[in-house]
Design a protein around this ligand. Structure first.
Ligand code: PLP
Length: 383
């Protein structure tokens, strides 16, 4: 039988190391027993390392969206003002979640491919007054943009007595994100991206200022996502509801691998691979979708050459060259390719992906010089 495994270069889920997959084969345990206590201890310690925080970090059995909704619904009362820069598909979703929980959205529209500036946020916060929360998608996965001014935005939040929520789902573990140093009140991520774990778990860190707001909240949050209750259970090393135990084992192993590598080295590896991707595509005459100074190191979004059909080229890459990449989302669905530069990313995956892309272009009779992209990437790794 032909092996159906493919190189998963999606912006999540990503390739998962065998070591992490194997961890899920451990026997089932009682989630209210001593084995789970030590598992939870180990996971919490690992998460504090990756989030670079001494704050509490909670694991939810849900995808990343659950953790974003949890964070919003635990601090936003109906009528509260929430500043949301909308720079792509996922920040649109943040806006919708805020509205769903009764928040009054103060939208900062940002042209897709760009990031909001700290100045834009500051102006909005000063103009509106009494802003409860600034909710920022830190790495906009739909456009390949990183909000590089997040530290300044966090400072603005604190100075103006607002909380800051960072949706760092597609960046945490792949690029700098010291939660305590930047004073992020609520930071959210998911298991299936830069942590190189299977999908199904989400994490949220909760800081002191966030707790003060949560404790004063008048409208109760959803039963499943009640941070107060989650904290109570966590104090006795339990979760309120049945956790996805096998995924906790996977997460624990993934976090151990991150500690073995060390954060700094891991960030450098992601940055170098991203640079090689951008250089490789540039050598093929293609431009990134994101503006230069805000390009992500974890999600590479590339404008497709005109006349090349997104679904068609992705199908060739997948079936013929065994590399799975993603198309665009929302209004740029047909226009770009998105590639995950996450988790286990290395020189090998960069070359394999660019090779698959070049060959798929040639198969579509697009005039491409085979090897040019590889050479562009090679320059970065061998400079
Ligand atoms: N926010 C961002 C920035 C994302 O990239 C994603 C998923 O790609 C989500 C939210 C939603 O996460 P999930 O699909 O795990 O619910």
């Amino acid at each position: 039988m032909i092996d159906e495994r493919r190189l998963i270069m999606l912006p999540g889920p990503t390739n998962v190391p065998d070591r992490v997959m194997r961890a899920m084969l451990k026997p089932m345990i009682n989630h209210r027993g001593p084995e789970f206590v030590s598992l939870l201890d180990s996971v919490s310690e690992g998460l504090k390392y990756v989030f670079e925080t001494k704050q509490d970090v909670y694991v939810l059995t849900s995808s990343g969206t659950g953790a974003v909704e949890c964070a919003i619904s635990n601090v936003v009362n109906p009528g509260d003002k929430v500043v949301v820069p909308v720079l792509g598909y996922f920040s649109e979703r943040v806006k919708e979640k805020v509205m769903r929980h009764g928040g009054k959205v103060v939208e900062i529209p940002v042209e897709w491919g760009n990031a909001p500036t700290a100045k834009q946020i500051e102006d909005a916060v000063k103009k509106e007054k009494n802003v409860k929360l600034i909710a920022v998608v830190h790495n906009e996965t739909s456009t390949g943009v990183t909000v590089r001014e997040l530290p300044e935005i966090c400072r603005i939040a604190e100075e103006n007595d607002a909380l800051i929520l960072a949706d760092s789902i597609s960046i945490l573990g792949g690029d700098h994100l010291p939660v305590d140093e930047w004073n992020i009140d609520l930071c959210v991520t998911g298991s299936q991206k830069c942590l190189a774990c299977p999908p199904g778990l989400a994490m949220v860190s909760v800081g002191k200022r966030a707790w003060e707001t949560i404790e004063k909240k008048t409208v109760k949050p959803p039963y499943y996502f009640d941070l107060g209750s989650i904290r109570d259970y966590a104090s006795r090393k339990e979760t309120p509801f049945t956790p996805a135990i096998s995924l906790y084992y996977a997460l624990d192993e993934a976090l151990k691998m991150i500690r073995e590598e060390g954060l700094e080295k891991r960030f450098q590896r992601h940055a170098e691979c991203a640079k090689a991707f951008y250089s490789g595509f540039e050598a093929l005459g293609l431009k990134p979708y994101a503006s230069e100074n805000v390009r992500s190191n974890t999600v590479i979004a590339i404008n497709l050459p005109s006349g090349v059909d997104s679904a068609e080229i992705r199908e060739i890459m997948k079936e013929r060259y065994k590399v799975v990449v993603s198309g665009g989302l929302g209004k740029i669905r047909q226009l770009i390719l998105r590639i995950g530069c996450m988790g286990t990313i290395s020189e090998a995956e960069v070359f394999t992906t660019i090779n698959a892309f070049e060959n798929a272009l040639a198969d579509l009779k697009y005039p491409v010089k085979i090897g040019a992209g590889i050479e562009g990437a090679r320059k970065v790794f061998h400079s």
